[in-house]
Design a protein around this ligand. Sequence first.
Ligand SMILES: [Fe+2]
Ligand SMILES: [Fe+2]
Length: 154
Amino acid sequence: MLDDMLMIKKYGGDIIASRGMQAEKGFRQHGAVSTYEHSVDVTRMCLRLSRGLRIRTDQRSLVRGALLHDYYLYDWHEPRTEGGLHAFSHPGKALKNAARDFGLNEIERDMIRCHMFPLTVRPPRFRESAILCLADKICALRETCAGLGRRIAG
Ligand SMILES: [Fe+2]
Ligand SMILES: [Fe+2]
């Protein structure tokens, strides 16, 4: 079994090295975590969940869709005048950017589009998308709680 980071590099090395993904290092996600770190953490969580729950997946799509799920390419903490509420609008923006910069298959498109379910109404159509939904929420909660812990501790 390949180490998760090796697996991520094998299937998503071009994504990691891309200008857009590198720019994510400058965007804050939750607490002190950048969108880049969040995306890699979520990808690792997807691989752990699929293994732990023994769900058979297309691992290449799982890695690529997870890496790109928040590829909206802005800092959502900055005030914006267009695009609507971030929580609802960013999957569509991420999908548009990812389709422009990388070739996406049907699974990867569905993963990005549906990762905020059930906040957004369209349910996941593939196992990979359902795993991403769960992994994203676990990581977001962990990142938010880590930030709270730091704040309370001073
Ligand atoms: Fe997201
Ligand atoms: Fe996310």
